[in-house]
Unconditional design. Structure first.
Length: 97
C-alpha cells in the first residue's frame, strides 16, 4: 500500500529544493552579467552606452563588473553548492555514520 501523504511530502520537498537551487544558480549568473557602471562626461551626465570605443584602438580601460556583484554571485553559487551537498548527504545512507 502506498502512503500518499509521505509521497506528497517528498514530492513537494523535491520540487521546492530544486526550485531553490535553480534560483540561486540563475541569480549567480545574473550577478556575473552585471555591466560596468557608465562613464561620466565632463558635464556630470552619463554616456548612453558606456565609454566611446574605436574599433581600431583596443586599449580602452575596462571598468569590469562592480565588486558587490561578484561577491553576490559567489554567495549565490556557494549556497547552491551547499544545498546540493546537503541533498547528497540526505540521500546517501553511508554518510550518516
Amino acid at each position: 500500500m502506498i502512503n500518499w501523504m509521505a509521497f506528497l511530502i517528498v514530492f513537494a520537498t523535491a520540487l521546492a529544493s530544486s526550485a531553490v537551487v535553480v534560483t540561486l544558480y540563475s541569480l549567480g549568473i545574473r550577478f556575473l552579467a552585471t555591466p560596468a557602471p557608465k562613464a561620466r562626461r565632463a558635464d556630470g551626465s552619463f554616456e548612453p552606452d558606456g565609454p566611446s570605443r574605436d574599433d581600431e584602438d583596443d586599449d580602452v580601460d575596462d571598468l569590469g563588473r562592480p565588486l558587490w556583484a561578484t561577491v553576490a554571485a559567489n554567495i549565490c553559487f556557494g549556497f547552491s553548492v551547499i544545498c546540493v551537498l546537503v541533498g547528497i548527504y540526505l540521500i546517501v545512507p553511508a554518510l550518516h555514520g
